[in-house]
Design a protein around this ligand. Structure first.
Ligand SMILES: [Fe+2]
Length: 343
């Protein structure tokens, strides 16, 4: 008999950040990330990344990290089914009030805590803004839509319990995993390689949030802006071995970092098989200031091994952001031919 696969939400719709400095977030999210500030009070801010009324909310409540996840369900029926599924697993689920739905700019939602105690909401019917998205700096735009707003990575004390919850209760699909230079598990809910991941560090916290840009130059220009500020860059430019994202990371006004990337691969969630990723986190680059000197050294050795092994992945492009180079170089053509025949 086939094992019944639990139903899953379809995308990471919004996230909420708790901070001590909402003013700093207003300037960081607009001037570095290119988000649009749409709503502010003295102690909160909301940002747009696309046609939706909001994707990111920041509250100056003295907390730290990403303290709210908003996962998207297809419709009211899917939301009900997910609520029933959670309750069946013994999770206490509350219906979001009318006022909360209005605050989140959605039709309806449910609220519960994940095993880490993180407030988690599942919603349907995100409101679309009447006005076009106006980025906070001159970027081409964020790759969102059915892929969701990006991904979030959390560090955890012990990885097993939380991984079991997301796999078995919320139906998240395991994309890949590795244990060196740190233990990590990557999960998808749609063709984005991962929308959520966990890294075991012995401490439960927010590690980073990733947003993906349409243009590689958006990322490079963001890197220039980061380099212009002392202490802004947290992880150097590099390319991930899992989602093929070329990215760098900056320190935010909070204690976690934001990954700014381009060119993530899409997978087919219906046929994808999870596997152990032996190349580690990155094909090249991504010198991580957050790692201990010993772990940094281990990570660097893995990358040098990748270089020795000739680990290469195709760039992932969308219509309109590439030109094909005609095959005019006999030397490169012979390399391609040799690769194709495996000789
Ligand atoms: Fe990431």
């Amino acid at each position: 008999m086939m094992e019944e696969i639990p139903m899953r939400p379809q995308a990471l719709g919004y996230v909420g950040i708790s901070t001590k400095q909402v003013d700093d977030w207003r300037s960081y999210a607009t001037r570095h990330l290119g988000m649009q500030l749409v709503d502010k009070s003295r102690t909160s801010a909301a940002f747009r990344m696309d046609d939706r009324k909001q994707r990111l909310v920041v509250d100056e409540d003295g907390g730290k990290g990403i303290t709210l996840f908003g996962w998207e369900a297809a419709d009211a029926a899917a939301l009900d089914a997910l609520a029933t599924q959670l309750e069946g697993a013994g999770i206490k689920v509350a219906r979001g009030s009318r006022a909360l739905a209005e605050e989140r700019r959605v039709k309806d939602l449910i609220v519960f805590n994940d095993p880490l105690g993180t407030r988690t909401e599942i919603f349907h019917g995100a409101e679309i803004a009447f006005d076009p998205f106006v980025p906070g700096r001159n970027i081409s735009g964020f790759r969102t839509g059915p892929l969701g707003l990006g991904h979030v990575v959390k560090t955890v004390e012990r990885i097993d319990e939380v991984v079991a919850f997301y796999r078995n209760v919320l139906g998240f699909g395991l994309s890949d995993y590795y244990d060196r230079p740190f233990k990590a598990r990557f999960f998808h809910v749609n063709p984005r390689h991962h929308s959520l991941a966990f890294v075991e560090t012995g401490k439960t916290d927010t590690h980073h949030m990733m947003v993906e840009l349409y243009s590689f130059d958006d990322v490079g220009q963001g890197l220039d802006l980061a380099l212009a500020e002392e202490g802004r860059l947290a992880v150097t430019l590099g390319r991930h071995a899992g989602d093929y994202m070329t990215s760098f990371y900056t320190n935010t006004p909070s204690e976690f970092i934001v990954e700014y990337g381009w060119g993530g691969q899409v997978i087919d969630p219906d046929t994808w098989q999870a596997f152990e990723r032996t190349e580690g986190p990155s094909i090249w680059g991504h010198e991580r200031s957050w790692l201990s000197p010993e772990k940094r050294e281990e990570a660097r050795k893995m990358r040098i091994k990748n270089a020795e092994n000739g680990v290469r992945r195709p760039v992932q492009v969308i219509e309109g952001n590439y030109n094909l180079m005609p095959g005019v170089c006999p030397w490169w053509d012979s390399i391609r031919k040799a690769q194709k025949t495996g000789s």
